[in-house]
Design a protein around this ligand. Structure first.
Ligand SMILES: Cc1cc2nc3c(=O)[nH]c(=O)nc-3n(C[C@H](O)[C@H](O)[C@H](O)COP(=O)(O)OP(=O)(O)OC[C@H]3O[C@@H](n4cnc5c(N)ncnc54)[C@H](O)[C@@H]3O)c2cc1C
Length: 411
């Protein structure tokens, strides 16, 4: 049995099925994909609520899968910290070239310090190795919130340095979620089957879900660490101490996206694909201004402000973004709005956040969670990936690795 039909679960099930092993997936939602989900109805172009950028590195099998299945994708700009920046609130305005180069030096020094900590295997908070007194420190923090879902004091420098994503970021016009849906086509999935308990007290495993009880030899468990930590699933007997400690050491970060479609291009002479907006101090947004070549703006908000944004509701979140777009572009844009939306991963009980953060001192937790329990329970997902956590392809590779362990065991 595979619990969860996200990328990791689908990947595991494909490998097992292709090896001739009988496999079934239990999924709590009424759809497959988990954090890979494309909304194809609200806007004129597909909008990915979760993963949107396909890492183009050679380690990502989904690049070939997309190509084989006729998915169009192109290398695209994602607004990162080094790009054009608008400071809101106090002293509103665009960051000057001089300020930008000062900021870029600070960032470069910080990245170097994190890389050095990684080489020296210092499993310490990022805060301990960067200049936190710099005027640009909160920009780095906001950047970490956007890409990691947490802040410099919550993130292990070693874990951050372990991340090996490289290569172009590819945008899929039909949506990353749509690609994952195709990836899962034909697999034996029981939808709307929320697992409530996993009994591994006997020889095999007994899994109880809203659809009944199923017995199996082994289970691959792919729910997020947020779901596991929320104790929605009862394990009988309880999980070993090192597995529980690993789950606790990998809490979920926060990331929300708010999207607005206009009936025309509204950014005047601004020709870049995106920019950063900082309330000073406060929330930061990474805004894509021409999402998928459309008239849509998509803003990413990371860290605790993501929860605050979700709590505003879809309308409130759209107003939050509109206020800032109007401040930056100095014109009345809301009259041109045709559709808006905001994601809700933090309050989604099947996910409970965006992706896992390794707390300082716990970079080893990812491998610890992937350790099989009694050769019967195999945990897999983005959280168990040492080098590609927080990515869809990381989840895929981890699902595959767990399936290969099971195949070796059953051979
Ligand atoms: C906002 C956001 C932006 C992202 N952007 C990118 C990006 O641009 N590029 C990238 O590569 N990655 C990105 N990611 C990360 C990527 O989406 C994830 O790493 C990946 O999808 C995780 O897959 P998974 O299989 O590990 O977990 P999940 O997708 O969480 O799958 C677990 C499955 O288990 C199910 N489940 C939960 N509880 C139960 C239960 N009790 N019983 C049965 N089933 C259950 C869930 O419904 C879910 O389907 C993003 C994620 C978010 C949230």
């Amino acid at each position: 049995m595979v619990v969860g039909a996200g990328v990791a679960g689908l990947s595991a099930a494909r490998i097992l099925r292709d090896s001739g092993i009988s496999v079934q997936i239990l999924e709590s939602k009424d759809r497959i994909g988990g954090r890979a989900y494309t909304d194809r109805d609200t806007f004129s172009v597909p909008f990915d609520h979760g993963c949107a950028w396909m890492s183009g590195g050679p380690y990502n099998p989904l690049v070939q899968f997309a190509d084989d299945n006729g998915f169009e994708c192109i290398a695209r700009f994602y607004p990162v910290l080094e790009d054009k920046t608008f400071i809101g609130n106090v002293g509103s305005g665009w960051v000057t070239d001089e300020e930008a180069s000062e900021r870029d030096c600070y960032l470069e020094d910080s990245y170097q310090a994190i890389a050095a900590a990684g080489r020296e295997r210092h499993d310490i908070p990022i805060t301990d190795i960067i200049d936190t007194k710099s005027a640009w420190a909160h920009h780095l923090n906001n950047y970490l919130a956007a890409v990691q879902g947490g802040y410099s004091d919550q993130i292990s420098a070693l874990d951050f340095a372990n991340s090996q994503a490289s290569g172009d970021e590819l945008h899929l016009f039909d949506g990353y979620g749509t690609l994952i849906e195709r990836f899962g086509e034909g697999l034996p999935v029981q939808l709307s089957a929320a697992v409530t308990s996993i009994d591994w007290s006997g020889e095999g495993v007994k899994i109880s879900s809203s659809k009944g009880i199923i017995s199996c030899k082994v289970a691959i468990i792919t729910m997020s660490t947020g779901v596991l930590a929320a104790n929605r699933i009862r394990f009988d007997p309880g999980l070993p101490e090192n597995t529980r400690a690993a789950i606790a050491a990998l809490p979920m970060g926060r990331l929300a996206k708010v999207a607005i479609q206009f009936d025309r291009q509204v950014y005047g002479s601004f020709t870049d694909d995106g920019f950063n907006y900082y309330d000073s101090p406060g929330t930061s947004l990474n805004v894509i201004t021409g999402y998928a070549d459309s008239t849509m703006a998509v803003a990413y908000v990371g860290g605790t402000p993501a929860d605050e944004l979700e709590a505003l509701g879809k309308e409130g979140a759209a107003t939050f973004l509109l206020d800032r777009l109007e401040t930056a572009f100095g014109s009345k844009l809301r009259q041109y709005v045709v559709a808006t939306d905001c994601t809700g991963w933090g309050s989604d009980p099947d996910v409970c956040g965006s992706y896992s953060i390794a707390l300082p001192g716990h970079a080893g937790a990812r491998e610890a969670l992937a350790e099989p329990v009694a050769n019967r329970l195999f945990f897999a997902g983005e959280a168990t990936s040492k080098h590609h956590y927080g990515f869809a392809h990381g989840a895929l590779l981890e699902g595959r690795a767990a399936a290969e362990k099971v195949i070796a065991l059953l051979a």
